[in-house]
Structures are given as structure tokens and as C-alpha cells.
Design a protein around this ligand. Structure first.
Ligand code: AMP
Length: 301
């Protein structure tokens, strides 16, 4: 166990164990499992914590006797032009925040612990991963599914917690857990937003002040679509046009896609005949942002 556990735990009432090896994770989980009726929760993350991450940890704390958090900026889910090298990293701050949220263990492995020499096996998601972000980030969800499969095997949690912020990721993981018979409940928690509606993201720190102001366009477009559907709109073509128009009002926001899809399969739908998911991706300066919202038809369920 690392020495950061004492550092992170010294100020608050809860100590958090800081581990960097898979063997140490397994040893800690084995001890936690000795408790009768133990429920192990896992919150996989890439660190640079914000309230979105903390909400997952609190959800885990409310349902689990042992809460584990992983912090790993997973190289195999980043493409060549992505921000792997510049992705924000601050482990000391993350440890203190995870301890404050009541986590019991934080696993932050070096890359070589997860991908030792000779590593060459992957999980390949199907059509659920080809649209939306999968279209512009080839291999991204293969990298996500592979690292989550590894984490589920390392921790063997009863419940794994993910954010609806990354709706396609959550759907890919649900599908994988079902298809590959992982004995885990996948719990997807609501999107945590800033005061103006911008979905919290570690990447928001990249935004310049004027970009930050205009980034709210994604939330505004989605909210407009939600209101239109609640008022009876069923045409996806019209909804998409309205959302594109709203985003185009913000000159710093460069739209990548706006889609309306089935919330479980991520397949595009042409009409709103039940709950559907509106999903948006855009570049704001050098920052790629995503957001989504469930659209519920008037009087539907
Ligand atoms: P990340 O560190 O960005 O990979 O995110 C780790 C987990 O936190 C993922 O399951 C995300 O979906 C979730 N997450 C990120 N941002 C938010 C947010 N604003 N609200 C809720 N969950 C979030």
C-alpha cells in the first residue's frame, strides 16, 4: 500500500487506501469480502475529479459496504489526435476528494500494470459503438470496453457506477456486461451540471472564458428539444434542425453531431414514439464536449 493513504486520510475522519498494483487491489477486496453481506462498489474514472465523479462515489457509498475508485487515463481509448498527453492529472487532489466522498480505496496503476509487455487482447463492441462518438473516434469504445472488462475482473465488484454524461459508454458497458456474463450490476447515475447547465467534465478546464460562456449551447439545444417533445413534437428531423440552429447561434461552438437515438441501442430513430435520447458533440476551441438528454413524449411513459 502506498504512503499517500496516510496523507489523504490525515485531515478527514476517513482514511483511504492508495494502491498502485493489481495484487494490492485483490488483497484489499479479499479483506472487504470477509465482512458478512459485503457489497463492493467500483467507480472507474480517469481522475481530475469534479462533482460528477463525486456523485458516483456518493451513490456507491449509499449502496456499498466497500467503495473502490480507479483513476487511470487509459491510453488505448485515445486516438492519435486526442488529448492523452495533456489530459489533466492531479492524483493528490483526487485522493483527498475521494476520501472526502467516503471512498475506501483508490487504485491508480501505472500504464505498465494494466498493459504489461505482450498484452494483445481486446473487447470489441458491436454496432452500439459505431455511431455517435464511435464514428469520429475509431477504436475508442474498444479501448473503453477493454479497460472496463479488466477493471471488472480485477475488482469483481457487485455494482459498477457510471455516469449518464457518457451515455454511449454506459450503453456499451451494459451491453458488454450482459453479452460477456459479467456478474455485476451496472448502475448509471444522472448528469451533474454547472449552474448554467454545462455538463461537468474534466475537459471543461481547457475552456477559455469566452468558450466557457458559449459551451452552454449544448445544454440549451438539448433543453429546447426536451421542451418541444414534452409539448408534443414527434419529428426527429425538426428536432435536429432546431438543435442545430440553437448551436449555430454560438460562433465558438463547432458542431460534430446532433442525433436522436434509442437510449438502449444507440440506433437512430426517425420519430419520437417513446423515450429517446438526444445526444450532441461539439468542439469549442480545442476542447471536444459531449452532452445528452432523455426526451420524454407528452403523456408517455
Ligand atoms: P471520466 O473520468 O471522465 O472518464 O469519468 C468517469 C465517470 O464519471 C464516467 O462514468 C463518467 O460518465 C462519469 N461522469 C463524468 N462527468 C460526469 C457528470 N457531469 N455527471 C455524472 N457523471 C459524470
Amino acid at each position: 500500500m502506498g504512503d499517500a493513504s496516510s496523507r489523504a486520510g490525515s485531515g478527514g475522519k476517513t482514511a483511504i487506501a492508495y494502491v498502485r498494483s493489481i495484487a494490492d487491489v485483490r488483497a484489499s477486496i479479499a479483506v472487504a469480502r470477509r465482512q458478512p453481506d459485503a457489497v463492493v462498489g467500483l467507480v472507474p474514472t480517469m481522475g481530475a475529479f469534479h462533482e460528477g465523479h463525486l456523485s458516483l462515489m456518493r451513490a456507491a457509498r449509499s449502496r456499498c459496504s466497500f467503495v473502490a475508485v480507479s483513476v487511470f487515463v487509459n491510453p488505448i481509448q485515445f486516438g492519435g489526435t486526442d488529448d492523452f498527453n495533456t489530459y489533466p492529472r492531479d492524483l493528490d487532489r483526487d485522493l483527498a476528494m475521494a476520501a472526502g466522498a467516503g471512498a475506501d480505496l483508490l487504485f491508480a496503476p501505472p500504464d505498465g500494470e494494466m498493459y504489461p509487455p505482450g498484452f494483445e487482447t481486446a473487447v470489441e463492441p458491436g454496432s452500439i459503438a459505431t455511431g455517435l462518438c464511435g464514428a469520429s473516434r475509431p477504436g475508442h469504445f474498444r479501448g473503453v470496453a477493454t479497460v472496463v472488462a479488466k477493471l471488472l475482473n480485477i475488482f469483481a465488484p457487485d455494482i459498477a457506477f457510471f455516469g449518464q454524461k457518457d451515455a454511449q459508454q454506459a450503453a456499451v458497458i451494459r451491453r458488454m456486461a450482459t453479452d460477456l456474463n459479467f456478474d455485476v450490476e451496472v448502475s448509471v447515475e444522472p448528469i451533474v451540471r454547472e449552474g448554467d447547465g454545462l455538463a461537468m467534465s474534466s475537459r471543461n478546464t481547457y475552456l477559455e472564458p469566452d468558450e466557457r460562456t458559449q459551451a452552454v449551447a449544448l445544454f440549451e439545444a438539448l433543453s429546447q428539444a426536451r421542451d418541444a417533445v414534452a409539448a408534443g413534437e414527434t419529428s426527429v428531423a425538426r428536432l435536429r434542425r432546431q438543435m442545430k440552429r440553437k448551436i449555430a447561434e454560438h460562433y465558438l461552438v463547432d458542431l460534430e453531431y446532433v442525433k436522436v437515438v434509442d437510449p438502449a441501442t444507440m440506433e437512430p430513430v426517425s420519430a419520437v414514439e417513446g423515450p429517446v435520447l438526444a445526444a450532441v458533440a461539439a468542439r469549442v476551441g480545442r476542447t471536444r464536449l459531449i452532452d445528452n438528454m432523455l426526451l420524454l413524449p407528452a403523456g408517455g411513459d
